[in-house]
Design a protein around this ligand. Structure first.
Ligand code: G3H
Length: 478
């Protein structure tokens, strides 16, 4: 056809009546690589109506049948891992192996969701009235979990497939319908993922995928009266959405500034390996990346040397070659990162490597002796630049961590488990990892951010529960 990928509505692939498309820029070449439909508000209205209708029937479909379809979709996702990964390489410059891992992890997530769903949605509670003062045993209360309705899923560019299915699968197993708005970069990978759900045979209208410009359909989607829940992962936009959304449950996973606190008794080799993995995998473009290292002065030189040696081994280049460091997602992102680097330079940070950039490709950079007047001490680069702040007490490290507006995850390296637990308790973050880098997975673990890092808790079980409401029926005995 005209080379513009179609959007998905009423169980069919369609062209938008707008006649317009949105280009997807390959971060490596900085040239348009794919095009997707620029959908209109009318088209959104149509698929919302269908989502509402389809959901009513879906909610009455037996749970085991819903699970069966999800298992089919999971298997298809794994079968299609090669073309999905190819899209991720071209659209978001994800290293090829990580791109394939994303597709497989997504299949596993969908299967686990189906299994978890049949367990936790397959049972409810039975309560009796005489435990509350003044009551006889004359009332029996039955609880059930019912779906919310239409769920709007908005995943970010860094996991366009995995963070889409982490919303879609819990929504579907719980009896909801789904409207997916993928990020523009990653939209074709997401359409391919939706194709797997299409092939699995879900009822028409239950799942739709709408592409287009945020300026045209962004607010229109998030403020749409037919949306009963929004599950969003991304940056500041999430705060704006939460201010505009109606009285509906919101699941938000936003930015982070995950701190890594290194005590003087830490295993420094282990710490260095995790700092490099945590700070530089997918070029630092993960909400859970290590974004500031807070190291005790007594071990700082030794740690920095170990990290430097590992950074020197990172390969820098093309995602097609499975390089460790690949171009960041957009030119504006690269410019933002560069702004943080320039600021740190002016204010006297120690550059452990020379700063180097070609197009959107930024070489990995460790900045030592960062102080709190530098922007990089607080802001999230979402790129391969990692600041090190030297501390003289653990309290100083905890204080820096808690002074951030963000509170996603954090980590602490020490051989003293009691100290680690006290530090975990003191850190105002949704998760603290002891002796490992921050990470969302395994995907059934609870995942949540405090403060500006989010609303609600994710992870498979929590997401299923969040996408349901409790309904009670009370039997009144004579
Ligand atoms: O970017 C945000 C993701 O939720 C992080 O997931 O820890 O598996 O990379 P990850």
């Amino acid at each position: 056809g005209d080379g513009v990928f179609k959007y998905y509505s009423s169980g069919e692939w369609k062209k938008s009546s707008s006649g317009k498309s949105v280009p997807i820029i390959n971060p490596t070449t900085r040239q348009p690589h794919f095009k997707v439909q620029a959908c209109t508000q009318e088209e959104v209205n149509k698929l919302m109506e269908e989502a509402k209708t389809a959901q009513k029937l879906w909610a009455k479909t037996p749970l085991w049948k819903r699970a069966e379809l999800l298992h089919k979709a999971a298997a298809l996702l794994k079968e299609h891992k090669v073309p999905i990964a190819e899209c991720l390489v071209k659209e978001i410059a994800k290293p090829s192996k990580d791109a394939a891992t994303e597709a497989v992890r997504s299949g596993d997530l969908v299967s686990y969701c189906a299994e978890e769903g049949v367990r936790i949605l397959g049972e409810g509670k039975f309560l009796v009235s005489d435990s509350f003062p003044g009551n006889e045993r004359t009332k029996y209360c039955l609880t059930a979990k019912i779906p919310l309705g239409v769920i709007l899923a908005i995943p970010p560019f860094n996991y366009p497939v995995n963070l889409a299915v982490s919303k879609i699968a819990p929504a579907l197993i719980a009896g909801n319908s789904i409207v997916l708005k993928p990020p523009t970069q990653g939209a074709v990978a997401a359409l391919h993922m939706v194709h797997c759900f299409h092939l699995a045979g879900f009822p028409k209208g239950l799942i739709s995928c709408v592409t287009g410009r945020g300026s045209e359909i962004g607010d229109f989607l998030t403020m749409h009266p037919m949306v009963n829940c929004i599950s969003f992962t991304g940056g500041d936009t999430g705060i704006a959405i939460s201010q505009k959304a109606g009285m509906i449950p919101l699941q938000m996973e936003l930015s982070g500034k995950d701190a890594c606190i290194i005590l003087d008794d830490a295993d420094l080799d282990l710490a260095a390996a995790n700092i490099v993995k945590g700070g530089f995998s997918y070029s630092g473009q993960r909400c859970t990346a290590v974004k500031v290292v807070l190291v005790m002065e007594s071990v700082a030189n030794a740690l920095v040397d170990k990290v430097k040696a590992k950074v020197a081994k990172l390969t820098v280049g093309l995602p097609e070659d499975d390089s460790d460091i690949t171009p960041v997602v957009t030119e504006s992102s690269a410019n933002f990162i560069e702004g943080l680097v320039v600021d740190a330079k002016q204010k006297g940070a120690t550059f452990c490597q020379e700063y180097r950039r070609e197009g959107n490709l930024i070489w990995p950079l460790l900045l030592d002796n960062v102080r709190s007047d530098m922007r990089i001490a607080w802001e999230e680069p979402f790129g391969p630049v990692l600041p090190v702040i030297r501390i003289t007490s653990v309290e100083e490290g905890i204080h820096h961590c808690n002074a951030s507006n963000f509170g996603l995850q954090g980590c602490v390296f020490t051989r003293d488990i009691s100290k680690a637990i006290l530090i975990s308790d003191a850190m105002e973050t949704g998760t603290v990892q002891i002796n490992s880098a921050p990470a969302r997975g395994p995907d059934h673990f609870p995942f949540q951010g405090l403060k500006d890092s989010g609303i609600g808790s994710q992870g498979i079980t929590n997401s299923i529960n969040m996408m349901t409401k409790i309904k009670t029926t009370v039997i009144n005995l004579p």
